[in-house]
Design a protein around this ligand. Structure first.
Ligand code: PGA
Length: 255
């Protein structure tokens, strides 16, 4: 079954409102004719408003990088899914490895945040992936299965069918080290077979699995040519209009 490629840009803690608006304007003019790839960008919270305004009625969706599990309340510094939705976000990242490693997001918190995303009408991109010691110990698949199981098991298949997964080996994020296309494909195929084992077949057929970790214009085509790699979650290379657009073009050419 053909899955539409999906390229997402995670801007992390970069680009204040003005710089974000400048990049959004450039993306708009560069990507306006792109109709065969789903696209989304994830600016910092304070830059969401101008970027959403700029990218309205383009093919580029806008989402938050994180959300709190609760709807509202005494959670100083936190942002609720409903707030993102009201602003015009359609998606949200959940469980990014930097949230897990730097901010202490546990598997339970990631599940609660995924709940909150769906409750608010946002489509989550669930990020999963092993660290270097976990890969070296031969536990990469077990780690990824644990993260998947914690976030997804026990949910209705219709809901799971709307998730996007981002396989991001932690050792490849921001390091310039990429998983080789065959390494990434092997894990993506494993993730898809896990979905097939736990949910009705349409879930494994439809859920898109992005690869993330030092994706650049130079390596995107080889990764996206793999049958189970349906897109990319791009960090550093998403901060530049030309490199992000080149990755989108590679995705369009891959199908
Ligand atoms: P990177 O980040 O492309 O800079 O490695 C990817 C990510 O963290 O999503």
């Amino acid at each position: 079954m053909a899955r539409r490629p999906f390229i997402a840009g995670n801007w992390k803690m970069n680009l204040g409102p003005e710089a974000a608006d400048t990049l959004a304007r450039a993306l708009k003019s560069k990507l306006i004719d792109q109709t065969s790839v789903d696209m989304a960008v994830f600016p910092p919270f304070t830059s969401l408003h101008p970027v959403i305004g700029r990218l309205q009625r383009t093919g580029v969706e806008v989402g938050g990088q994180d959300l709190h599990a609760a709807t509202n309340g005494a959670f100083t510094g936190a942002i609720a899914g409903e707030m993102l939705r009201e602003l015009g976000c359609t998606r949200v990242l959940v469980g990014h490895s930097e949230r897990r490693a730097v901010f202490g997001d546990t598997d339970d918190m990631v599940r609660a945040k995924a709940d909150a995303a769906w409750r608010a009408g946002l489509l989550p991109i669930l990020c999963i992936g092993e660290t270097r010691p976990e890969r070296e110990a031969g536990t990469a698949e077990a780690v990824v299965e644990r993260q998947l199981g914690s976030a997804l098991l026990g949910r209705p298949a219709d809901q799971v069918g709307t998730v996007t997964l981002a396989y991001e080996p932690v050792w490849a994020i921001g390091t310039g080290l990429t998983a080789s296309p065959s390494q990434a494909q092997a894990m993506h195929a494993h993730i898809r077979s896990w979905l097939r084992a736990h949910f009705p077949a349409f879930v494994a057929d439809e859920v898109r699995i992005q690869y993330g970790g030092s994706v650049k214009s130079g390596n995107a085509a080889a990764l996206l040519a793999e049958p189970d790699i349906d897109g990319a979650l791009v960090g550093g290379a998403s901060l530049n209009v030309d490199s992000f657009a080149a990755i989108v073009d590679a995705a369009a050419a891959s199908r």
